[in-house]
Design a protein around this ligand. Structure first.
Ligand code: A3D
Length: 319
């Protein structure tokens, strides 16, 4: 069987980390694309030389030409600019929308059968715009955010309860912004819901509320320390989504997916649990929410809708 092909659009911090993980895991041959000349080629050569040390058989190449992504099975998009301290994700909208147009057209012309995972911020608006510009089916274009946001929530919960992260399962819904909704009721420690653990005296509502709050601004905490966006965990999260698609794993992964009909939505990209398998986004999983989570989700949905209005104002072809 021929090797799979993984194209990474954007060869910056996340792009380079994605290339390393994809090669290490031998997901396929890797093509790193960027508009800056030399960077994707240089990173690719450096990564290719990890092969003999780490023992992977994956070809890593760099390019500035969209033709080289032809036939890609999976495309992960990080092209654009990240946040600097003091910026919100929404501050990136104008510049990254133009980038999504170029990327969408490049994908449409060269790799229309790929499964596309968008990471560029502001995520829920950019994945929608990328889908519009690429014209790919909605089930083949998805945004990575929920896996990362849940990973942040799980990390903090594991610390709180003093247990392995492997025994934590957590849940974050909504847009990838400060209005995201970490749902404690659906988060468990080895199957035991967090509210039950509070009743058992293993934590307090105040401490869980603080963790929920820290999760929602978890990206900003790292930007404040690092001076730019996180990249290791975002890359690891997108790779988990790519693996679920390539291996038809049918994992349930919270993702920014196109929701039309469920959750009372009529055609919007927002973070919900989805099944990812060989068919792309194969199912939107609808869960019952209590009134607090419902209200939180609505605030988050309204924030995403506002961003879409702004996108349409900037690029009339989207209206
Ligand atoms: P960075 O290291 O700056 O890499 C971005 C790369 O995109 C650079 O190499 C640029 O040269 C390249 N680029 C710019 N314009 C184009 C273009 N038109 N075509 C192709 N390449 C282009 O950023 P990063 O890798 O740290 O972050 C990338 C994006 O991911 C940013 O928008 C971040 O805000 C976003 N991000 C999202 C999450 C989520 O959870 C959704 C987390 C962290 C970062």
């Amino acid at each position: 069987m021929a090797r799979k092909k993984i194209a990474l659009i954007g060869a910056g911090n996340i792009g380079g980390t994605l290339a390393h993980l994809a090669a290490q895991k031998e997901l396929g041959d890797v093509v790193l694309f960027d508009i800056v000349e030399g960077v994707p080629q240089g990173k690719a050569l450096d990564l290719q030389q990890c092969g003999p040390v780490e023992g992977f058989d994956a070809k890593v190449t760099g390019t500035n030409d969209y033709k080289d992504i032809a036939g890609a099975d999976v495309i992960i998009v990080t092209a654009g600019v990240p946040r600097k301290p003091g910026m919100s994700r929404d501050d990136l909208l104008g510049i990254n929308l133009k980038v999504m147009k170029a990327v969408g057209e490049g994908i449409k012309a060269n790799a229309p059968d790929a499964f596309v995972i968008c990471i560029t911020n502001p995520l829920d608006a950019m994945v929608w715009a990328l889908r519009e510009f690429s014209g790919l089916p909605h089930n083949k274009v998805v945004g990575m955010a929920g896996v990362l946001d849940s990973a942040r929530f799980s990390t903090f919960l594991a610390e709180e309860f003093g247990v392995s992260v492997r025994d934590v399962s957590s849940f974050v819904l909504g847009g990838h912004g400060d209005t995201m909704v970490p749902v404690a009721e659906y988060s468990t420690i080895k199957g035991i819901p967090i509210p039950d653990l509070i009743k058992l005296g293993r934590s307090t509502q105040e401490r869980i509320d603080a963790i929920v709050k820290r999760t929602a601004v978890g990206g900003g905490e790292i930007v404040g320390l690092l001076g730019t966006s996180a990249f290791y965990a975002p890359a690891a999260s997108a790779i988990a989504m790519a693996e679920s698609y390539l291996g038809d794993q049918k994992r349930i992964l919270p993702s920014a997916a196109y929701v039309d009909g469920k959750y009372g939505l009529d055609g919007l990209y927002v973070g919900v649990p989805v099944v990812i398998g060989a068919g792309g986004v194969e199912e939107i999983v609808e869960i019952t929410l209590d009134d607090t989570a419902k209200a939180g989700l609505q605030v988050s949905i309204d924030a995403v809708k506002e961003l879409l209005v702004a996108c349409k104002g900037i690029d009339p072809s989207l209206a």
